[in-house]
Design a protein. Structure first.
Length: 104
């Protein structure tokens, strides 16, 4: 039986997958890297990934300040446990083989 995405989208054609402010709420034990790889594996060649994820090792004062504000505001939406704070390389494990438009 097809899943909801397959019923709504033609996954034989390129699509855009948007994981904006999503992965940071998954614990490492939930394996966000594997979840991302599985989602990407369903996409046709030419598809794009838009992903945002705070990085705990960003050192620029503006970025660090922005991350602090985001984390404070996001905490009220997170589950009972705080969202994990991953470093850039840890976050990038799932999409390393894809061409990035930007990275720190």
């Amino acid at each position: 039986m097809p899943d909801a995405a397959s019923r709504a989208l033609d996954l034989d054609r390129p699509v855009g997958l948007m994981l904006v402010a999503v992965l940071q709420y998954l614990k490492d034990a939930e394996d966000p890297w594997d979840i991302t790889r599985r989602l990407l594996g369903r996409l046709a060649p030419g598809s794009h990934l838009l992903l945002s994820h705070p990085a705990a090792d960003v050192t620029a004062p503006e970025a660090a300040g922005s991350m602090r504000i985001h984390n404070e505001r996001a905490a009220c939406h997170a589950s009972a446990t705080r969202a994990p704070r991953r470093k850039w390389n840890a976050s990038a494990r799932a999409w390393r083989s894809w061409n990035r438009v930007w990275s720190p």
